[in-house]
Design a protein around this ligand. Sequence first.
Ligand code: NDP
Length: 399
Amino acid sequence: MSDGRTGVAILGSTGSVGENTLDVIARHPDRFHVVALGAHRNAEKLAAQALRFKVPYAALADVAAARRLEDQLRARGAQTRVLAGNGALEEIAALPEVDTVMAAIVGAAGLRSTLAAAQAGKRLLLANKESLVMAGPLLMQMVRSAGAMLLPIDSEHNAVFQCLPRDAAPGVAPPGVKRILLTASGGPFLDTDRARLAHVTPEEACAHPNWVMGRKISVDSATLMNKGLEFIEACLLFGVPPERVEVLIHRESIVHSLVEYVDGSVLAQLGAPDMRTPIAHALAWPERVSSGVQSLDLIKIGSLRFEAPDVRRFPALGLAQEAAREGGLRPASLNAANEVAVAAFLEGGLNFAQIPSVIESVMATTSGGEIRDLDDVLAADAEARARAAFYIRPRALHA
Ligand code: NDP
């Protein structure tokens, strides 16, 4: 921005990460300026955000919703320029007035706009882990060649980033790093017996014990697929092979992740489970700004526990680790199958325990291959979605 403030675009501004980002930005009007907001179809929320932050650009992927947004903004006399359609999100990600892009769209829908931000050489704040899981090598290559800066928003990867040397290059393991230890809360069903998992409801699955998040990531946390996606994400972001990433169940969600060095030192980042910490960290990096997050009261917390994950009860984690080892297009297939299965569960067309079974069936009947370009990724994604839909259709809910 010419006035010295950082120009920010928030893709997925109406979601949980998007709203937390606006909360942090609102605390620092002298430092950050919201240039653009983007979402899918929630015209009402986007209009309220655009009015509050006097945003120059607003985009909705859904064209009819964008028309409603335009009407609402004009009725209030706002000057905001409204863009519509999928390409609109890519357009706002690459605007010259934008320095920093928060990529917080959920799922594969965020892929193209995330890539557009990287290609435009922006400071990319990556919450949309699915885009990295799908097209990791392409995205990392784009970040490097465009000189973009990639800052992880997932609390675990943001924690790892904070524990690595400041000059670590994206996708390259810094010398001396032995292992990355990713923590996982374990979700709401950590102690639920296997037989009951077939009967849990979407509401129970979305009631995360420590974090308030969107519905898709909440279900992913409950199946442990979220940790599986994060496992793949860690390998790509930090350039470590799967055998050097370990998952630890940590019920309190206070230690957000750890890095072990060859000399035996283990560095960890701790904090209250509140996404405003990683968001504020990435917005201001390498400086620090306040986030509104309350101080950590370790005496009140008392003890921090760590356990091994049970991949027999939560097979989604094992499936993702397998896809990470296979690499290439396998993570894209896994991600697509998961998105379809989770959507079916949320709509009542699949029971919770069947989510990993559908993914397993898709993985058993699709092949991998190298990622040469975006078309390869989109083809693997489409094939896995079609297969997942095929496996879901004949299933009885409580089979
Ligand atoms: P939410 O479900 O709360 O929000 C999703 C956002 O994506 C909304 O703004 C939605 O717009 C937008 N969106 C959905 N589909 C499309 C589409 N087709 N085109 C354009 N925009 C779309 O998700 P979260 O904020 O929870 O998660 C966002 C991402 O961040 C996910 O990748 C998640 O894994 C990751 N993440 C989230 C964390 C959290 O605490 N919530 C923590 C770490 C990572 P609309 O409202 O109009 O539908």
